[in-house]
Design a protein around this ligand. Structure first.
Ligand SMILES: [Ca+2]
Ligand SMILES: [Ca+2]
Ligand SMILES: [Ca+2]
Length: 379
């Protein structure tokens, strides 16, 4: 990788993935405040150092793939500045397969645009550490692979109507006999229905099923599982897969843009997302899902954050949580009765697909519009 610095602009000459394309080079600059400057970049760690920062302010880092127009600069992350020198990992050229690196930083969490619900306020600064997130909502193919492994290793109780965890506090993971479920079971092998099956996101999965999937995939890949299947608590220091926190999900969904309604800007339409029964996909029987990655990704390389399926997050839901939530890596209240869902679904109105919108359900809830995506801790 070649690194150059030109008049406050850091230029990385490398193969960089973003916006669903591969670029030969990427440019970074601090756009605000103007006295902060990029003074270092470690290509192995992907770490950017910003100096001359003013304590108590945030430093807006922007990215461009093409300097032929000044309008190509887009907001990328905001660096918290508690000191004169700030460092943050901004890029990972070798993320785990199927995942995008979401750089750490501060963002304004909640409805900074206006018009949202009371549980989206107060708008507040939240710092979220860097992490990896599934590029797509979890697909039926990925679910079947993990569940077959779990079954073959004695971790499941499967009937024609349900998939449950064999160990711990037994819960329904997949609602197999719901007509909308795309996954089949023949007594020994899981399969996928032909319509809206392979390559489509997995529906009829409960919060418990999403968490158990993360554990089974972790164990299959030799990682430490995060969830305790007896009390369903999460060990955030384990290196396995887990669900995103609500703050991680919202930061990722915003794709670096500040104060916007959606990850791509202030509006969406049916060319950008599958929501409100997009006519292209509202055919045949439910679910009206679209194949993973049918729409352009956000600034962080994520597809279908808006619409397609509501995505389970790890947090318990509490409407007033933002009034007392910690400013660094909030993980939700310690107890509750509902788990957070984010992003809206193929059925949802556009306003419910906003980055700030909060939804919730009983963790045992399943439906033809509920799914998830997994995250991994940064290396
Ligand atoms: Ca069932
Ligand atoms: Ca989604
Ligand atoms: Ca259903």
């Amino acid at each position: 990788m070649k690194i150059l610095r030109v008049a406050g602009v850091l230029f990385l000459c490398a193969v960089v993935a973003g916006f669903g394309q591969t670029h030969q080079s990427a440019f970074f600059r601090i756009s605000n405040p103007s006295n902060a400057i990029i003074t270092g970049f470690d290509p192995n760690a992907g770490t950017l150092t910003c100096s001359n920062a003013v304590a108590g302010t945030t430093n807006q880092l922007q990215r461009s793939y093409d300097l032929t127009s000044t309008s190509n600069w887009v907001d990328f992350i905001q660096l918290a500045s508690n000191a004169l020198v700030v460092t943050e990992v901004i890029i990972d050229l070798n993320p785990p397969e199927g995942m995008a690196f979401i750089p750490g930083g501060v963002f304004q969490m909640g409805d900074s645009y206006g018009g949202g619900d009371s549980d989206e306020r107060p708008v507040h600064s939240a710092y979220v550490s860097g992490f990896y997130m599934g590029t797509y909502e979890l697909t039926n193919d990925e679910m079947v692979e993990a569940m077959q492994w779990a079954h073959d290793n004695g971790k499941l109780v499967v009937s024609s109507s349900s998939v449950k965890n064999a160990q711990g506090n037994q819960q329904e993971l997949l609602n197999l006999d719901d007509a909308d479920c795309r996954i089949t079971w023949d007594g020994s092998v899981f399969g996928i229905k032909s319509a809206k099956g392979s390559g489509y996101p997995c529906v009829e999965v409960s919060w418990y099923g999403s968490a158990a999937y993360c554990n089974y995939r972790s164990e299959k890949e030799g990682r430490a599982p995060c969830y305790n299947l007896a009390d369903w608590s999460c060990n955030f220091s384990a290196n396995g897969y887990r669900l995103p926190t609500e703050a991680e999900w919202e930061k990722a969904a915003r794709g670096g843009l500040n104060g916007k309604q959606y990850g791509g800007g202030d509006s969406i339409d049916h060319s950008k997302a599958n929501y409100d029964r997009n006519p292209v996909y509202a055919v045949g029987a439910y679910p009206y899902t679209s194949p993973a990655g049918s729409f352009a990704p956000s600034g962080y390389g994520l597809h279908d954050m808006e619409g397609n399926l509501w995505e389970w997050c790890s947090d318990w839901y509490e409407g007033a949580y933002y009034a007392t939530s910690p400013s660094s890596n909030p993980r939700g209240p310690s107890a509750g009765s509902s788990r957070v869902l984010r992003g809206g679904s193929w059925y949802s109105l556009a306003r419910n697909c906003r980055s700030a919108y909060r939804q919730r359900s009983d963790p045992s809830g399943t439906g033809e519009h509920l799914g998830f995506r997994a995250v991994l801790p940064a290396k």
